[in-house]
Structures are given as C-alpha cells and as structure tokens.
Design a protein around this ligand. Structure first.
Ligand code: B12
Ligand code: SF4
Length: 634
C-alpha cells in the first residue's frame, strides 16, 4: 500500500508545557532532538519529521494549537520531559493527546519518571496513555526507539520490537516490559549542541534564564538527590570549545541569567576557561547579567579562581553555598558526610575576603534532623553572615531516599504531594516548629527587620540570635502580655502568608501597623531581651540601634539618600563584623557599640522601594527587602 499517507514522515513533537514559570524545562528535549537528527548520519530524518522544541502554555502557543498539531499528524510521536514542577501538567496533556490521537506514541523521560523496580511499572499502570518510559540519559535511548519503531508502510507500530533498547520500560501485549539498565555515555561530546543546531530557534530570545550544561555526573550520592543515574558517578565533560560557542550564542540572544546545570561547577580545570568566556560574553554583548550554579563543594583552588573571575566580571552578585546541613548525624543519614563543613568554611572565608555576599541552601525535613539541629544550621549561617534559604525536603521518585528500605530505616512519612512530614528523628509537630523558626528567621534576618539588633545582642551580650528568636516565638505563642506588637507580627504578618510548603512570606497593607512605627516594635524587642537575658541597655544604645535598624527598612514617603546622625558610630561598629568571616566567638575582640563615638548612616533606595512597604516576592537567593547602606553585608 504505497499511497501518499505511507510516504509521509511520522511527526515527532517535543513538547514543553508550562504554567507561569520563570524558566522552562527545555534543554533536555533539545538535546534529544539534536542528537536524533545527527544519529547515524541523519537516518532518522529520512523517516521522521522531527520538530523543533515546541513551547506551549503560558508564554508559548496555547495548548489547543499543540492539540491541533497532534490531530493533523497521523500517529505522531510525542515527547514529554518530566520534572517535579511540570509532571502533573505533562500527564494531563498526554492523557488528552492519547484520547484525541489513539495512534500516537507517547514517550516520557526525565528525572520524574520513576526508575525503581515496581515504581516504573506502577507509573505505566496508572497512566495507561504512556507507551514508553525512558529511564536516565535519553539521547541514545530515544534515537534507538525511533529507529526500532521506524514507520513501515501498512504496518502498525509494534512495541514488542523495543526489547533490544536498554534503559526503557514499555507496554507490551497488555503487560509491561523493562529492559536492562543503560550505561551512561562515556563521551558526551558525541551529542550536538541544541543551541548551535537551532533546536530552540523559533522562540529563543530574551529568555529570563537559560541552562548551560558543561559536564554530567556527580561523585557524591546524597540520598535526597534525584539526579538519578548521574550521581555517584564519573564526571563526563563537554569540551570547553563547545561550551564557549554555546555561551556566545546564548549571550547574543540576550538571556539574563545563565544557570549552569553542573552539580559541582568550579571542580574542573576547564571551568576557569568557561568562567572567563562568560565574562567575555558579558563584556562584548552586555549578557548574561548573572550566572547561577551549584558550586563545587571542595573549596579548592579552581573554585576560588572561578568565583573571583565571575565576581570581578560582574556576573556573581551572590556566592551560593549548597550547605544543606552542618549536622554530622544528618550528614551521615543523607550520605553527604564525605562533603566536609570545613571545606565550606574555607569557601566562605574566601567569599568574605572578596566582599561577595553569601547565600546558602538549607534543608528542612531530612532524616536524622531535629528542631535543635535545624536551629544550629540557621545559627551557623547567621554566624557566617550567610543568607539561609531553606527548602522543604520532598521525596523525589528516583532519589535513594525513595527506596523502601531507606524509608523504613528512617520511618519517613510524606504528605500526598510527597513532602517529608516526619521521620524517626522529628515528629510532624517538630516539622511545624522548624517551619515557624525558619519563617521567623526569614522575616527578621533575611529581610532584615531585626538584623542589626540581633547581631548586636549576640556580639555585645552573648545572646545567640536563633536562640533569641526561638524564645521570642515561645513567649508569643504562650501569650506573653508584654509582647503585644510581637503577637500581631507573628499572627498578622509572619503567619498570614503562604509558608506551608515553600517557605515564602509576603505581606501587604496588613503589615502597615508595623512599618509605620517600627520603633515601637524594636523597643518591645529590646525590653524583652533585657528581661529574658538579664541584660541592661542604655537609652543611647537603644536609640542608635533603633534608628539604624529602621533606616535600613523601606518607609513610605521618605526621601533618599536618607541620612541620619547617631549617638554611636554604627557603621564602624558593623565594619568589624564585616571584616571577619564568622562572628562566632568575636566577643572578646570587638569594640562594643557603646564604646564608639558619634556617627552617621546613609541609606539609598530606588524609586520602587520608597513607594510603599508591601513585599510580595517569594524568597530567592538574592532577595532585597533591606535597603542598601554602608552597614548591609548580605
Ligand atoms: C536548571 C535546573 C533548575 C533551574 C531551571 C529549571 C527549569 N525550569 O528548566 C531552576 C533553578 C529554576 C531549578 C529549580 C528547581 N529544581 Co532544578 N535543576 C536544574 C538542573 C541543574 C538542570 C536541568 C537540566 O536541564 N539538565 C540537563 C538535561 C539535559 O538533563 P536532564 O534534565 O537530566 O535530561 C536527561 C534525562 O533526564 C533524559 N530526559 C529528560 N527528559 C526527557 C524526555 C524524553 C522524551 C526522553 C526520552 C528522555 C528525557 O534525557 C536527558 C538527556 O540525557 C537539574 C540537575 C541536572 N543537572 O540535571 C536540577 C533538577 C532538575 N532540579 C530539581 C529540583 C528538585 C528543583 C527544585 C524543586 C528545587 C527546590 N527545592 O526548590 C526547584 C523547582 C523549580 C520549579 N520551577 O518549581 C531536581 C528534579 C527532580 C525531579 N524529580 O524532578 C533536579 C534533577 C536536581 C536534583 N539533583 O535533584 N532547577
Ligand atoms: S545533591 Fe548535589 S552533591 Fe549531592 S548527589 Fe546531588 S548533585 Fe551531587
């Protein structure tokens, strides 16, 4: 039956479906289609019409356009790349596609496709419209799938033919088949760059952020990590010439942020060359504006060089340290005890000497964790002047943490949306307490509402900041009558936002009572400190702290630059803190606030920050609620 229909190539549709996201999970699909085109000198292009990556949803074409493409192509191959944030959307769309095009071949891949024995089968059983699930690295697997299922005139696709393709699971005669595990590529340079080959060409311009892959693999094997087969493995690298070309392409397309996908950027010698290429691109084209990545965890020479190059080139406003926790028992439980906290300390000391503000990721909900260990992690970040950014632990399907034996060992219970709720070391009530401590930290330290007062209390009066916040929380929760403003702060500002899952806080006019008169709150806080810790603060000290602290907060109607005179020179006082990598134990080596002469403080702000005191952004590593001044250090 050699009619027109049989001569038509089968259409391959790589679909990126998105809601309202700052970035798109597009890179994987581009890697797949670029390789499929080049496979065996283009043999697949004779058989298939491989589309460029299609974006649909919020910023792309409406979903119905995609569905239209599906129905106008006989038996298309639809590719879905699944991550935790788009999996549900992919599933919904795939189900619809199968309904309107029963002859379509639905192929799922990506880190959210479960790899564990039994789980992959359940995934296929629950989602009867998925034909093939690819586990792990996908380029070769997809090319082989397409080759094996090459359209034959007059014959229906026969999935049984897929038994020779490793690393997949598929539906076969009403049952499921799983083929042996696929070994990762030893030389990833056989993979063409999807940027250079134009896989994203129709829409790739002015993207807020772009992903750059310079190597694959990670020598560590943290149990919560869902990087599937890439962890605990040898690192394979792309040659720098290729990466440099990609950087040039991305910069020409004016992408603001380049997110380097490596697990440990700064670990390899070639990373220095890549960092220089990024700075060079910025100088020539004005882009990217910044670089974000997971830095190497060894604190080594190459890492320092990379940080210096990126920072001096204006690309690294904040150094990010993937701390997660400093607790030895927790590190052991999550198999991360081969990453030493001392190496982080080395890194932070370096960041400090280069004057680069620091942020760190922490995790809430790890096995082995307790309320105290989490509080210690926050205290560690406070001491090292690092803005802590806590993420709640979720059970990613391919993380070692999802294995039944591990879950049993640590008695891990998760919510319906896979967020860890309790383990053998903490109860679900403890989890709520950790969230509350974190969100109080976020408001008072990260956003700066009490930041300088807390540093002062810790350094001049040995009141550890996180212990103070915990005592404040306990007292407010037990209705301490002296904490009337604090009670409103906790109930009407801190707890009013959506802090349940993603540790975010936002406020609007509901916080006016506080920001119209922060002085009253500071007075209450300092009286509370005096009473609880038996310390005495003089009026000039209270006045200097209050004035400096409130000056760094936005205030509606104020003119900038805003300059104030202070009874004590707080700028010189804080400079001492700025100069040391960690404030831990600096009490004996500091000139206390009350020992300084008079001083001045100048605060600057842009127009947007002076309009009101509403804060409606979720936290990121570089959020900036506190205004810029000589005292700000993160
Ligand atoms: C860039 C990145 C981000 C960026 C942008 C993400 C985006 N929207 O594109 C940002 C910083 C926003 C981000 C945020 C988060 N991320 Co992230 N991120 C990454 C990172 C570093 C790179 C992703 C990438 O493009 N890799 C390169 C591609 C080529 O590799 P790949 O994705 O693995 O794809 C290969 C295979 O999986 C397979 N494959 C993939 N799709 C398909 C499809 C088909 C049809 C086939 C056949 C094969 C296939 O073949 C590909 C090529 O070999 C990965 C880690 C990593 N290096 O992969 C984490 C990763 C994807 N992120 C992860 C997580 C958990 C998050 C967060 C939830 C973290 C947090 N706690 O806040 C957030 C949530 C984001 C959100 N929007 O809600 C997890 C995802 C786990 C999961 N099950 O989905 C990863 C794997 C990290 C990890 N180690 O756990 N992330
Ligand atoms: S969390 Fe980071 S260091 Fe740990 S295994 Fe995953 S990629 Fe590697």
């Amino acid at each position: 039956m050699s009619n027109i229909k049989s001569e038509r190539k089968v259409v391959v549709l790589p679909l990126v479906l998105e809601r309202k996201l700052p970035a798109l999970p597009y890179l994987a699909l581009g890697m797949l289609t670029a390789y499929a085109r080049s496979y065996k000198d283009g043999v697949l292009e004779d058989l298939y019409d491989i589309n460029r990556v299609i974006v649909a949803g919020h910023t792309g074409a409406p979903l119905k356009t995609v569905y239209g493409k599906v129905t106008e192509s006989p038996n298309p191959v639809c590719l879905f790349s699944s991550y935790v944030w788009n999996h549900a959307l992919n599933i919904k769309a795939a189900k619809h596609i199968k309904a309107i095009s029963p002859g379509s071949l639905i192929v799922f891949g990506g880190p959210h496709v479960p790899k564990y024995q039994g789980e992959t089968e359940s995934f296929l059983r629950e989602n009867s419209f998925v034909d093939v699930a690819v586990i792990g690295e996908g380029e070769l697997a997809l090319a082989e799938i397409l080759e094996t299922l090459a359209p034959t005139p007059g014959r229906k696709r026969n999935l049984n033919a897929l038994e020779g393709v490793t690393g997949i699971a598929y539906r076969s005669d009403g049952d499921f088949k799983r083929t042996p595990e696929r070994q990762r590529l030893t030389d990833i340079n056989v993979l063409p760059s999807p940027y250079i080959t134009g896989e994203f060409e129709p829409w790739f311009e002015d993207l807020p952020s772009t992903i750059l892959e310079t190597n694959r693999g990670c020598p560590y094997g943290c149990t919560y990590c869902d990087w599937g087969s890439a962890t605990l493995s040898k690192v394979t690298k792309f040659v720098p010439e290729r990466v440099v070309k990609e950087i040039e392409y991305i910069a020409e397309k004016r992408s603001e942020t380049i997110f380097i996908a490596d697990a440990n950027f700064g670990m390899l010698e070639q990373d220095i060359e890549i960092a220089k290429a990024l700075v060079d691109a910025r100088q020539r084209t004005g882009y990217p504006l910044r670089v974000a990545t997971n830095f190497a965890k060894n604190g080594g020479r190459r890492l320092m060089a990379v940080i210096k190059i990126l920072h001096e080139g204006g690309l690294l406003p904040t150094g990010i340290i993937a701390l997660q926790t400093t607790d030895r028992d927790v590190l052991k439980a999550i198999a991360r005890d081969n990453i030493k906290t001392e190496a982080y300390e080395k890194m932070m000391t370096y960041f400090n000497s280069e004057n680069i503000p620091m942020a760190s990721d922490l995790m809430v909900g790890l096995p082995g964790q307790t309320v105290d260990s989490f509080a210690n992690d926050l205290q560690f970040c406070f001491d090292w002047k690092v803005a802590a950014n806590a993420n709640y632990t979720s059970m990613m399907p391919n993380a070692p943490m999802a294995e039944v034996s591990y879950r049993e060992q640590y008695q891990i219970l998760a919510t319906d949306d896979d967020m860890v709720q309790s383990t053998s070391s903490f109860s679900s009530e403890d989890m709520q307490t950790m969230k509350l401590i974190y969100i109080s930290y976020l408001f008072h330290v990260r956003y700066g509402v009490l930041k300088y007062i807390l540093y002062f209390l810790q350094i001049d009066h040995q009141v550890p900041a996180i212990a103070f916040l915990r005592r404040w929380l306990d007292s407010v929760l037990s209705n301490d009558p002296s904490l009337t403003i604090s009670s409103r702060v906790l109930n009407e500002v801190i707890q009013s936002g959506n802090y349940r899952d993603w540790a975010s806080i936002a406020w609007s006019e509901n916080a006016n009572f506080l920001f119209e008169n922060p002085e009253a709150y500071y007075e209450e806080i300092m009286r509370f400190a005096e009473r609880e810790y038996g310390i005495e603060l003089t009026d000039p000290v209270i006045r200097s702290l209050t004035q400096a602290q409130q000056a760094t907060m936005p205030r509606a109607g104020r003119k900038y630059p805003y300059e104030i005179s202070l009874e004590y020179d707080i700028v010189s006082y804080i400079k001492q803190i700025k100069d040391v990598p960690s404030v831990d134990g600096m009490n004996g080596h500091i000139r206390h606030l009350a020992q300084w002469d008079e001083g001045r403080l100048t605060v600057v702000a842009d127009a947007a920050q002076i309009e009101n005191t509403v804060f409606d952004e979720g936290p990121s590593h570089a959020d900036a609620w506190e205004l810029a001044s000589e005292i700000r250090f993160y």
